[in-house]
Design a protein around this ligand. Sequence first.
Ligand SMILES: [Zn+2]
Length: 364
Amino acid sequence: MLFEEIIGNDELKRLLPQMVREGRLPHAVLFTEEGCWGAMAFALALAQYVNCERNTAPATPSMFGDAEPATPAEDSCGTCDSCHKYGKLIHPDLHFVFPVSAGKGLSDSEKKAPISDYFLPAWRELVLRKPYFSEQELYDAIGIENKSGVITVNEAKRILEKLSLRAFEGEYKTMIIYLPEKMNLDAANKLLKLIEEPPAGTLFLLVSHNPERILQTIRSRCQRIQLKPLSREERRAAGLTAAPNPEFAEILQRLLAVSLDKKLIDTFPLWESLSEMGRERQRDWCLYAEQYIRKIYLVASSLEALADLEGDEADPIRDFARRLSPAFYEKAFKALESALSSIDSNVNAKLTFCNLSNIFLLSA
Ligand SMILES: [Zn+2]
């Protein structure tokens, strides 16, 4: 991945190579984003950049005999041997850790202590196909679908082993940790010292969607870089659509419709199908519902220009805006926030979504 291939966050594309050139790159960087805004793409581009042969070329003696260090360019070359390997995510100095759990394709012994390495082919395929992937898309790709992944102490031991070796080919070894907030306490404790004082030439790049959930002792050892959200055009260019899943829109629109008609019995199948989704999908649905209801609210408040309506969503949104009670919006947002925290604290999903749909029905 080259910096110039990344969509959005243009300032950061200049800033990161500049930090490397000026020797200001910290050994642990925590990229944070609240959606798919390109943090993984930045981690990949930075890992490639620090080992690109054009940027690490040995100093050439000048005509006066003293060695002039080569000045790194503003991006990776994309053509050297190292760049080719980074382009396929197979460079021996590039390591990945991401949350996993026992998936279908694993052997019985692997299932006992699953680690990222077991899922690398599926991981590479996903990251190369869609660097702007969501957590749920990762779980779908590695075949653990409805389970939430974890980064365990077995993974932390593997990281220690890998980083105790010298870099094989490049100047830097890079460890990209996707969603460090999924690290359990044992794993985090095991990695603390390593992240604080990594061996020379080691770079930790963490990509987080929920940095407040990372253990404070880990977080404080990283330099944090917050990404900016992508514009609508950038989202489209990155292959991200407004509705992450057609099923999401269907369930929400039906829930709003039966709530308006006060048909309690028709809400049952809806909250049941929500409660059967995996937790990550449930959370995505709630975030989707918040966005959608915000649009209805804007239209109902005669601010349609701000609602950024796309394609065929305009008609149903205008219809809901005409019919929903003005008191609905605040109650719906509170109900969705409360559902999100229930999902995070593992409250029974049927109860969570039954409550949510009751509030919708009573306040619509
Ligand atoms: Zn290169």
